[in-house]
Design a protein around this ligand. Structure first.
Ligand SMILES: [Zn+2]
Ligand SMILES: [Zn+2]
Length: 274
């Protein structure tokens, strides 16, 4: 049976345009802060079961390697990693780097992100509306593409939402084939890819916004995609922009850009928030 697996996640990143690496992030803004919120959803699409199984297999080897490594067994992150695997916002380099290095060798999924930028923090109700709209916009593009498959298996990363929320999203995406929809807690590395590619994309957007608010700047600010990125003669990814080699957001995005099929800002979604 031909099955497409889609793993989906939602996330928000907060950035201060007034201060690079604003010390107030996570607290209350100071009077001269100028904050933006970037709300986004991401998907990792595995176009066959083999693609999903191959990635899981490779990443389970990487995971075992991290668990067996001496010197980090007492790291505060270790119990969480042992229980739930990778989590982009929590993983320090000793957890993220082996993953990124493995993915640099090639990865068997296609990534898509949809996002909006707002100048105010949304209430939790508004946030749900935004995420739902972004999921619907994204899946409406993907569903026709995989119509010829027998089943589209859709998994959202579980938060507190009831399954009916996700069923309502799928109902609005007009699938042309059978769809199975469910939620899963963190743990599966197939799902972790959605978390990572989304975080890498939103961080890239945030860091570029942080670095540049120059009117008419000619450097491209939107994260590039696999078919728009420049490659060096040696096949390395070259990202033009304001980020430098030491920037973790750049490092992460470089890994994922080869798998990114679409990264699109949907400002129209903001106008629909009630
Ligand atoms: Zn600030
Ligand atoms: Zn710029």
């Amino acid at each position: 049976m031909s099955v497409v697996s889609m793993k989906l996640d939602e996330s928000v990143v907060n950035v201060c345009l007034a201060h690079q690496r604003c010390p107030q992030i996570g607290r209350t803004p100071s009077v001269d802060c100028d904050w933006r919120w970037i709300y986004g959803v991401g998907v990792a699409v595995y176009e066959s079961i083999e693609d999903l199984l191959e990635l899981r297999q490779r990443l389970s080897v990487v995971r075992e390697g991290i668990l067996a490594r001496t010197g980090i067994e007492d790291a505060p992150r270790m119990p969480g990693f042992r229980a739930h695997g990778w989590h982009a916002t929590k993983d320090g380099p000793e957890f993220a780097e082996p993953l990124l290095n493995e993915l640099d060798r090639g990865a068997t999924f296609k990534g898509h992100v949809r996002f909006i930028v707002t100048a105010i923090a949304l209430t939790s109700t508004q946030k749900d509306q935004v995420f739902d709209s972004l999921f619907i916009e994204l899946l409406r593009v993907l569903m026709p593409r995989y119509r010829a498959h027998e089943l589209i298996d859709i998994v959202f990363e579980a938060d507190q939402s009831p399954l009916s929320r996700y069923e309502a999203i799928i109902a609005q995406t007009r699938p042309g084939t059978d769809v199975a929809v469910g939620t899963e807690p963190k743990g599966d590395s197939g799902l972790a890819m959605a978390d990572y590619l989304l975080y890498a994309t939103l961080k890239y957007v945030a860091r570029v916004m942080e670095c540049c608010q120059l009117e008419g700047c000619e450097v491209p600010h939107n994260p590039p995609e696999a078919n728009s990125v420049d490659y060096s003669p040696e096949g390395g990814v070259e990202l033009a922009g304001h980020l430098t080699g030491g920037d973790h957001a750049l490092r992460m995005y470089k890994t994922f850009v080869r798998n990114m099929s679409s990264v699109i800002e949907l400002p129209g979604v903001v106008g629909r928030i009630k």
